[in-house]
Design a protein around this ligand. Structure first.
Ligand SMILES: [Zn+2]
Ligand SMILES: [Zn+2]
Length: 396
């Protein structure tokens, strides 16, 4: 074979195999950092294709396909972990593990990337460079991208661009969504403890009521968004737990709040984190309480490189037809640790439509009834292959 293969046609030929891979993974979901069976399945499949593999970041797998022609190295990434959700789809290939389910479609990502590995391996002699396959653990937990990078995943050979994709139940199957620039949010989870002074409920003057102070702080944090954040930027502060007090007639001496800060713009992230500290500290101090504030570094934002997004858009447009490109007009305040790869190399994270109400209920990711139109799986494999191929060609 010479020239660019017809990846869509080739993917359709192995559609049943990709679906079977997905169903096998779907039946045996594994939580982050415990993806040992998935790891073995991925390794075995890649090795059969003649792709060298290396275990990385605990339960991750890095595959390397060395093309027959000289060129640079492109990375393709799939995440492999499942969620603590009891599946309620009722399909015959439903999870066999109580309380664990692939409700975020990472089974599709893994099977789709294995399909891409097969398509690219079949064209190995003509591949103009190398393709590295990143099978990443633990996207839903503490993150698998950073450990893969720390273990040298992007080096030897050096990856110069990365692409990844997520299934999307808001996009019809057959369509692919792209968005350049800011796409997913940065996350800063926080734990705050406000300490007052306990007293009899009938004598608030003798204590410092931690609940009253914490309520002021929660309200003021919302003012931080409405009054200190650029109205056309997006940021949020959600206080999601509030625990205080254990006696009806005693002032709470402590209130514990947890929640998240989400921001799209890196500068807004720094500003909002500082504002949360300033506001909570200030309010606590003004009422004679103290605040212990721990704000953690969650995932960074995901920012798609405009040139790489355009490359992916053209690739997928040529593969499926321009009319199958789904415009994504709004960013998301969700998170995705693929953004960590994009802090190191240029690239693009895009969306594979999987919605088809005629086949499966359209529910959101992380829902116990989540399922996909499996006709989208060969599209995922073909899109990954085409985008990788076109990037390698563009870099010669
Ligand atoms: Zn998820
Ligand atoms: Zn996900």
């Amino acid at each position: 074979m010479t020239g660019t293969p017809d990846f869509l046609q080739e993917a359709q030929k192995i559609k049943d195999e990709i679906i079977q891979l997905r169903r096998t993974i779907h039946q045996h979901p594994e939580l982050g950092q415990t993806e040992t069976e998935t790891q073995k399945l991925v390794e075995a499949y890649l090795r059969k294709l003649g792709i060298t593999t290396r275990r990385i970041a605990g339960t991750g797998v890095l595959g390397l396909l060395e093309g027959g022609k000289p060129g640079t190295t492109v990375g393709l990434r799939a995440d492999m972990d499942a969620l603590k959700i009891q599946e309620r789809t009722g399909v015959p290939y439903a999870s066999r593990r109580p309380g664990i389910m692939h409700a975020c479609g990472h089974d599709c990502h893994t099977a789709g990337l294995l399909g891409a590995a097969k398509l690219l391996a079949a064209a190995k002699a003509d591949v103009p460079g190398n393709v590295k396959f990143f099978f990443q653990p633990d996207e839903e937990g503490s993150g698998g991208a950073a450990p893969m990078i720390a273990a040298g995943g992007l080096e030897n050979p050096q990856v110069t661009a990365m692409f990844g994709a997520h299934v999307n139940s808001g996009i019809p199957a057959g369509y692919v969504g792209m968005r350049p620039g800011k796409y997913y949010a940065a996350s800063n989870p926080f734990d705050i403890t406000i300490r007052g002074v306990g007293a009899h409920g009938a004598h608030p003057d003798l204590g410092v009521d931690a609940i009253a102070v914490a309520c002021q702080a929660v309200g003021a944090l919302q003012l931080c968004i409405s009054r200190e954040t650029d109205p056309v930027d997006a940021a949020l502060i959600s206080v999601c737990t509030f625990h205080a007090g254990n006696q009806r007639n005693a002032l709470a001496d402590e209130a514990v709040l947890t929640g998240i800060i989400r921001t799209l713009d890196p500068k807004t992230r720094i500003k909002t984190v500082a504002a949360v500290r300033r506001i909570v500290d200030g309010i606590a101090g003004s009422f004679g309480a103290t605040a212990e504030i721990n704000i953690h570094e969650g995932y960074p934002g995901l920012i798609n490189d405009p040139a790489m997004t355009e490359l992916a858009r053209r690739s997928v447009g040529a593969l499926l037809g321009e009319d199958k490109l789904f415009p994504i007009t709004q960013p998301s305040l969700g998170t995705e640790d693929f953004g960590i790869f994009l802090e190191h190399v240029k690239g693009c994270f895009y969306q594979i439509g999987v919605a088809n109400p005629a086949k499966t209920p359209t529910v959101s990711l992380h829902n116990s009834e989540f399922n996909v139109d499996e006709d989208a799986l060969p599209i995922l494999s073909a899109a990954h292959s085409q985008v990788a191929w076109d990037y390698l060609l563009s870099a010669i």
